[in-house]
Structures are given as structure tokens and as C-alpha cells.
Design a protein around this ligand. Structure first.
Ligand SMILES: Cc1cc2nc3c(=O)[nH]c(=O)nc-3n(C[C@H](O)[C@H](O)[C@H](O)COP(=O)(O)OP(=O)(O)OC[C@H]3O[C@@H](n4cnc5c(N)ncnc54)[C@H](O)[C@@H]3O)c2cc1C
Length: 473
């Protein structure tokens, strides 16, 4: 019987995989494939991908198959594999990044492609406001998305899953150079994470003990109460449906529903970010509020390096940046603090911060990262106002009240005399004032188009057509 190709994308799992189940339902044997492409960038993400492919490959092997690994253009490899194996069709999950969408539409021209919307609870095209426009604000989006109903129950690994006997050429995993060597800097990542479907399931099981404290404690980086599922969700080692139903089950036995509700709401921030990227593909590079094209950023390389290496002299900022460097992850509250510090205290363009995060986060996700940076910078659709500037010391007092988080990641501050710890690179009060003045200078700028329309790129060359009264003062 002629096989079908199963193209793994951001769904590196066998359970609750709708596209894989559909491939199996054809009755054809399956050839599983992953193609490393130009979107698989970022050192920490590539480390994760190496380990996740390793875990998936072993799982497939234990079921009698072999995961075919390739590198380069997915279109070229899938067409080649189709020729080589006589495959009838390609099955895959749909992805929403602009490049992924372009890949799938090119591929659909020359191959029988079955792409399944399987990554999100709410398909981005399914949601519009009552007036038929796209959502720009989270809360109404969330209400509409959740009103669509309960996500479907998760599916098991398809019982009839059968792999094809043919063994097309596969690049050995080590030859893909996803894992760092010379030097191998991944020790901290290895100590912190277990990439793969089993690692995701373990963390999901552990949610039970965290939910009781989640609503109150999710902003506390010194506590371990958030799920840490973000890299597993990003790589699709667990589906949003699996997380949703796991949490709902746990809620039945919980004394309060607040933790479960708060966690499920966060899952919808992930949906909202994907929605924004789908409708505003310029999200990773251009501010959604066009006046920010004229913001007087200060691209200071020394300051950027101090921030990246956790040597700004602001303990909570440095703790976050060092946690990121060592483990590939940072607590959400601290992500907001370090991002605010970069964009407002240092006035470095948010895109520099987003690039650094994409390289160093194990959960680096084009949608979540871009939307979150625009949110902190104040230039996104439903953003924190630019003039709300975090004071890093007050944030630390509030969210790391005993200083445990800071001492853990900045150990020199745990000693009596903090030798070798840098002085603050800026004076927060002065920096705050400078940022507010810069913000005032763009506040009233009217660009020729107030807000980019969905699918349009905002044009850096558009001149402002009226200048702010404030700026003219
Ligand atoms: C500047 C900045 C950059 C960020 N970059 C990323 C990124 O590249 N990838 C990423 O997954 N998240 C990103 N986030 C969002 C958030 O910080 C992480 O999703 C969260 O810290 C992951 O930890 P957790 O799994 O324990 O979250 P939990 O609190 O347990 O939340 C459960 C899940 O909900 C989703 N989620 C939670 N908060 C958010 C949020 N604010 N936006 C979108 N989804 C959310 C995640 O998938 C997360 O795993 C960023 C936030 C900021 C402020």
C-alpha cells in the first residue's frame, strides 16, 4: 500500500495529534519526517529541538518506524520524498508564522497537502469582533474565544499507527548541528529541562501541587508555581487541549478554582499572540502603533551588552538575565522587568531585546515574544502604556520580598561584601525622566495611517503628517 508522509512541525508528539490521527485514518502506512529549516534558529531552541527530535525518534523507533530527518527547504525535501517513496499525500499541522504559511501555500501547489489546525484552541480566522474586524484587545478576544466552547477532549496515540517499511535517506541527528559543541554550553539547560513528550507530561502532572498557589503566586519569581510548560507548548510536545483538560480535571479536586482559572487565562494570551501574528505579520519587526517609528531610541552597544550579560548593577534585572543565560528560561514577571528596563531605562529598541530572547530562550516563540515585547514597549495593540515605567528596585521589593531570587542568580550579592558587582549603569530617576520626554516627543505624531491594517506592513518611510503639539512646545 502506498504510504503517506507525516511532516512534523510544531507538534513533536504522538498523542492528541489530530493531523497524525488523520494520516493514520487513511489506512496507509506513515513515513514520519522532520525538516530543519531557516526558522529553526536560536541557540537554546536548537538545543531543545535536538533533544526533542531525539525523544520523538526513539518513541517512533520503539513502534517500528524511523523518523526521517532532513535539513533545508521543506518544499524540496517533501517533493523529493514523495517521488522517492510514491507517497500519496502529506499530512501536517498548520503553523501561523508568515514563513510557515508561505511554505504551506507553496507546497499545496504541487502536492496533496492536508494541513490541520491543531496548535491552538481557537483558529485565528474564526474570531472577529461584532463589527467584523480583528480583535486588538485581549479581554474581548478571550471572552469570544472561550465562548466557542470547551476544547475537544485529547486523543490517545492512534492505535492503528503503522509505519512504512521503506527507509528514505535520513540525516543523522548529530549531523544537523543543533546541539552546541566546542564549547558545549548546554549544561545549565540540561540540568533544567527534559525535552520531549514524556517531559511535558511530567510537568503537567506536577501542576496539581502548583495550582493552589498559582493565582496568588504567579508573579513571584522566588516561588516555583508556574507550569514551566512554555517550551513544551512551543514545540507541541503537549497540546493546549491536553493542558486545558488536565487543569480542568485538577480543578475538580481543588479547594478553589482561582488557580485553574488564572492558568487557563494565560493559555489564551498564547492564543492572542498567535492571533496577532496571523493578522499582523509585521508584528516581529514593526511597532503596531506607528508613532513609535519616530521614537528617539538610543542604540548603545555597551548598555546592551551589560543587559545581555546581567551586569547592569540592578539586581533583579541581572538575576533575570543570568537565569535566562543559564537555564534558557525566565519568569514572566522578570521578563517584564528586564524588558521594561531595556526599552525605557536604556531606551534601546525593543527589537534588540526580542532578538536576544529569540536566541537564548528555550521557549522562544515568534508570536509570544514579539507580542510581549511590543506590549512592554507600549507600541503594541493592547499594550502597557509607555509612561508606566517599572522601578526595578520597587518591583524587586514587591515580587522578590526576601531577595531569594536575586541571591540565587546573583550569588555575589549573597556575600557580606558584594565584590565584583557593578554599579548601576544608569540612574533610574534620570533615565525615567529621559524616557518620558522621549515619549512626549512622539505622543501626538499622526502618521498618514493611524494603525496598520491586518496583513499590511507598516512603512518606515511614511512621513509624519502632523507633529505633536507637545513636541512643538
Ligand atoms: C518580553 C517577554 C517576552 C516573552 N517571550 C516569550 C516567548 O518567546 N515564548 C513564550 O512562550 N512566552 C513568552 N513570554 C510570555 C511568558 O513570559 C511565558 O510564556 C511564561 O513565562 C512561561 O512560563 P510558564 O510556562 O511557567 O507559564 P504559565 O504561567 O504556567 O502559563 C501557562 C502557559 O501560558 C502561556 N503564557 C503564559 N503567559 C503568557 C504571555 N504573557 N504571553 C503569551 N503566552 C503566555 C505559555 O504558553 C505558558 O506556558 C514573554 C513575555 C515577555 C514579557
Amino acid at each position: 500500500m502506498r504510504p503517506v508522509l507525516y511532516w512534523f512541525r510544531r507538534d513533536l508528539r504522538l498523542a492528541d495529534n489530530r493531523a497524525l490521527s488523520a494520516a493514520v485514518e487513511t489506512g496507509s502506512p506513515v513515513i514520519p519526517v522532520y525538516i530543519v529549516d531557516s526558522q529553526d534558529v536560536g541557540g537554546a531552541s536548537r538545543w531543545w529541538l535536538h533533544n526533542s527530535l531525539d525523544a520523538l525518534g526513539r518513541e517512533i523507533k520503539s513502534r517500528g518506524g524511523e523518523l526521517v530527518l532532513r535539513e533545508g527547504s521543506p518544499e524540496r525535501h517533501l517533493l523529493e520524498l514523495k517521488e522517492e517513496t510514491g507517497a500519496l499525500a502529506v499530512y501536517c499541522q498548520e503553523r501561523y508564522e508568515p514563513e510557515s504559511r508561505a511554505q504551506a501555500s507553496r507546497l499545496a501547489e504541487s502536492i496533496d497537502l492536508h494541513a490541520f489546525d491543531d496548535n491552538l484552541a481557537a483558529r485565528p480566522t474564526a474570531l472577529t469582533t461584532q463589527s467584523g474586524t480583528y480583535f486588538r484587545v485581549f479581554t474581548p478576544f478571550w471572552k469570544t474565544a472561550t465562548a466557542l466552547g470547551t476544547p475537544d477532549l485529547p486523543l490517545p496515540v492512534p492505535a492503528q499507527l503503522r509505519f512504512a517499511d521503506c527507509r528514505p535517506h535520513s540525516v543523522p541527528l548529530d549531523d544537523l548541528a543543533l546541539h552546541p559543541n566546542r564549547p558545549d554550553w548546554s549544561g545549565g539547560l540540561r540540568a533544567s529541562w527534559s525535552p520531549g513528550e514524556a517531559g511535558a507530561a511530567d510537568l503537567a502532572d506536577r501542576l496539581e501541587s502548583k495550582l493552589a498557589d498559582y493565582a496568588q503566586g504567579r508573579d513571584r519569581p522566588d516561588l516555583d508555581v508556574t507550569s514551566r510548560l512554555s517550551p513544551h507548548l512551543h514545540f507541541g510536545e503537549i497540546s493546549c487541549r491536553q493542558v486545558w483538560h488536565t487543569v480542568k480535571q485538577m480543578e475538580l479536586h481543588a479547594r478553589s478554582t482561582a488557580g485553574a482559572e488564572a492558568l487557563l487565562r494565560q493559555l489564551y494570551w498564547r492564543e492572542f499572540s498567535a492571533y496577532l501574528l496571523y493578522h499582523y505579520p509585521q508584528l516581529p519587526t514593526s511597532p503596531l502603533r506607528p508613532e513609535f517609528e519616530y521614537f528617539p531610541w538610543s542604540d548603545n552597544a555597551e548598555h546592551l551588552q551589560a543587559w545581555q550579560t546581567g551586569r547592569t548593577g540592578f539586581p533583579i534585572v541581572d538575576a533575570g538575565m543570568r537565569q535566562l543565560w543559564q537555564t534558557g528560561w525566565m519568569h514572566n514577571r522578570v521578563r517584564m522587568i528586564v524588558a521594561s528596563f531595556l526599552v525605557k531605562d536604556l531606551m534601546i529598541p525593543w527589537q534588540r531585546g526580542a532578538e536576544w530572547f529569540l536566541d537564548t530562550l528555550v521557549d522562544a516563540d515568534l508570536a509570544n515574544n514579539s507580542a510581549s515585547w511590543q506590549w512592554v514597549a507600549g507600541c503594541g495593540t493592547d499594550a502597557a502604556p509607555y509612561f508606566r515605567i517599572f522601578n526595578p528596585s520597587l518591583q524587586a521589593e514587591k515580587f522578590d520580598p526576601n531577595g531569594d531570587y536575586v541571591r540565587r542568580w546573583v550569588p555575589e550579592l549573597a556575600q557580606k561584601t558584594a565584590t565584583g558587582y557593578p554599579d548601576p549603569i544608569v540612574d533610574h530617576r534620570v533615565a525615567r525622566q529621559r524616557a518620558l520626554e522621549a515619549y512626549d516627543s512622539i505622543k501626538g505624531i499622526r502618521t498618514s495611517r493611524s494603525v496598520p491594517q491586518p496583513g499590511e506592513s507598516s512603512n518606515r518611510n511614511d512621513p509624519p503628517c502632523a507633529v505633536a503639539t507637545n513636541a512643538a512646545k
